[in-house]
Design a protein around this ligand. Structure first.
Ligand code: PMP
Length: 408
C-alpha cells in the first residue's frame, strides 16, 4: 500500500502525540466525575478548569469570560444560535448569517426560521468576502444576533472580522464567530476584535475529535439547549468528556505557542502548492481570496473535470484530498460556498480542496505538483466537456466525415 499523505486536514487531523500523552491518565487513573465532591472528582474538575484557561488563552479571552465545553463545533454553533435566539426572543426575532457559513450555522438558522425567527444570509464577493454594506443593510430593529465565520474551511477566505464587529457593535448587536477553521492558524483576540461568542473544534487544533467549545463573553446570556444535571455553568448539561477536554486544552496551549512557526511553515507549503499547480495545469484557478486566506488552504478548480475523479486518482497515488467541504462531500451537490462566490455549477464540480497540516513537507508538495498534471490530462482526455480532445478522436472524426456519418 502506498503511504498516505494527508492534504485533507479540514476533515481530520492526527492528534498531537503530546496531547495524547496528557489525555492518557484521564481514561483510567483520573476517572473521577467532576461533579463528585470526593478527591477523584475534584481532580477531574481541576483538570477541566485548567483546560478552560488554556482554551481562553488561545483566543485572548479574559478569565471572567466563559468557555463552555461541548461535543464539537456543530454543537457549539447550535448552542450559540439557538441558545441566544431563545433567550432574547423578546428583543427581536431576526438573525444575520453569511452565505459562506458552515452547514451547522446555515441549518440552525433554517431550523430557527421554523420556530418563529427570521434570518438573512449576507452575500459575498467573488473571493468569498462578506459584503460589509450588505451586512449593514441587513440589520433591522428586530436583529438580535450576527454570526459570521472567521476562516472558511472550504475555500480558505478570511473574513474582515474587526470591520464586521464594528458594524455589529455600532448597532449594539452581539457577534458570534465560527473560528473552527482559523483557530491556531491566525491570531484571535476576542476582546480586541469585539467578539461576543466564538466556536472552536478540538480536532482542528490537533486535539481529539468530538470535543469543542463555545466562548461566551461576560454579560452575554444564552439559554441551554441540552437540559439535565446543570454542568458547564448550567448551559451544557451532561457528564464532561474529561480526557477529551484535557486534550483540547493541551492542544490549545501548543497551538498558541507554535502559532507563528506553524503558520510560516504552512504558508510556505500552501504558496508552493498553488504556484506549482497553477503553473503546470492550464485552466486551473484558485478559489477564495488570493491573500487573505488560511495559511493551510489551497482550493483550486480545474475546468472540464470532476473533482471526485481527481480525488480518486490522487488517492491511488497516496494523496488524501477532498472535493468540497468535508461535511458536504457526502452529497454530490456543488459547494454552496463556491456557488455564492459566483462559480458556475459545472466549475464548482471541478474544485479540489487541499488543506495542509503541520506534518506535511515541501517534498510532499513537490510530489503532488508532479503527480497531479498527468491525472488532469488523462481525465480531460476522457471528458466530453474538454477541449483537449485526444488525437485519435480527431482521427475518428475525419474518418466519419469521409464516410459522411454524423454523430448526435
Ligand atoms: N464550522 C466549521 C467552519 C467547520 O469546518 C466544521 C467542521 N470541522 C464545523 C463547524 C463543525 O465542527 P465539528 O465537526 O467539530 O462539529
Amino acid at each position: 500500500m502506498v503511504d498516505q499523505i494527508n492534504f485533507n486536514h479540514s476533515a481530520g487531523v492526527p492528534i498531537d502525540e503530546r496531547v495524547l500523552q496528557v489525555m492518557e491518565p484521564y481514561f483510567r487513573q483520573f476517572y473521577g466525575n467532576p461533579s463528585s465532591v470526593h478527591s477523584a472528582g475534584q481532580q477531574s474538575a481541576k483538570a477541566i478548569e485548567n483546560a478552560r484557561v488554556q482554551v481562553s488563552r488561545l483566543i485572548g479571552a479574559e478569565s471572567k469570560d466563559r468557555i463552555i465545553f461541548t461535543n464539537g463545533a456543530t454543537e457549539a454553533n447550535n448552542l450559540a444560535l439557538q441558545g441566544f435566539a431563545y433567550r432574547h426572543r423578546r428583543k427581536g426575532n431576526h438573525i444575520i448569517i453569511s452565505q459562506m457559513e458552515h452547514l451547522s450555522i446555515i441549518n440552525t438558522a433554517k431550523f430557527l426560521s421554523k420556530q418563529g425567527f427570521e434570518y438573512s444570509q449576507v452575500k459575498v464577493d467573488e473571493y468569498g468576502v462578506v459584503d460589509a454594506q450588505a451586512l449593514q443593510d441587513a440589520i433591522t430593529d428586530q436583529t438580535i444576533l450576527i454570526s459570521i465565520q472567521h476562516g472558511n474551511n472550504e475555500v480558505g477566505t478570511l473574513q474582515p472580522i474587526a470591520e464586521i464587529a464594528k458594524i455589529a457593535n455600532d448597532a449594539t448587536i452581539p457577534l458570534h464567530v465560527d473560528a473552527v477553521a482559523s483557530a491556531g492558524q491566525v491570531p484571535i483576540e476576542v476582546t480586541d476584535m469585539g467578539i461576543s461568542m466564538l466556536s472552536l473544534s478540538s480536532n482542528d487544533i490537533y486535539g481529539p475529535k468530538g470535543v469543542g467549545a463555545l466562548f461566551v463573553k461576560r454579560g452575554i446570556s444564552i439559554q441551554p439547549i441540552l437540559l439535565g444535571g446543570g454542568q458547564e455553568y448550567g448551559i451544557r448539561s451532561g457528564s464532561e468528556n474529561v480526557a477529551g477536554i484535557v486534550g483540547m486544552g493541551a492542544a490549545a496551549e501548543i497551538a498558541k505557542q507554535q502559532l507563528e512557526k506553524n503558520a510560516t511553515h504552512l504558508r510556505r507549503l500552501r504558496d508552493s502548492l498553488i504556484k506549482g499547480v497553477l503553473n503546470k495545469v492550464d485552466e486551473a484557478y484558485l478559489n477564495g481570496h488570493p491573500k487573505n486566506r488560511l495559511p493551510n488552504n489551497a482550493n483550486i478548480r480545474f475546468a472540464f473535470v470532476e473533482g471526485e475523479a481527481i480525488t480518486l486518482h490522487l488517492s491511488f497515488q497516496g494523496f488524501l484530498v477532498a472535493t468540497s467541504s468535508a461535511c458536504t462531500s457526502k452529497t454530490l451537490a456543488p459547494s454552496h460556498c463556491l456557488l455564492s462566490m459566483g462559480v458556475s455549477e459545472a466549475e464548482a464540480h471541478g474544485a479540489l480542496q487541499l488543506t495542509l497540516g503541520r506534518e506535511n513537507t515541501l517534498k510532499q508538495v513537490d510530489r503532488f505538483v508532479e503527480v497531479l498534471p498527468p491525472i488532469i490530462k488523462k481525465l480531460r482526455a476522457m471528458s466530453p466537456l474538454s477541449k483537449e480532445v485526444p488525437y485519435d478522436l480527431y482521427e475518428d472524426e475525419e474518418h466519419d466525415h469521409e464516410h459522411g456519418q454524423e454523430h448526435d
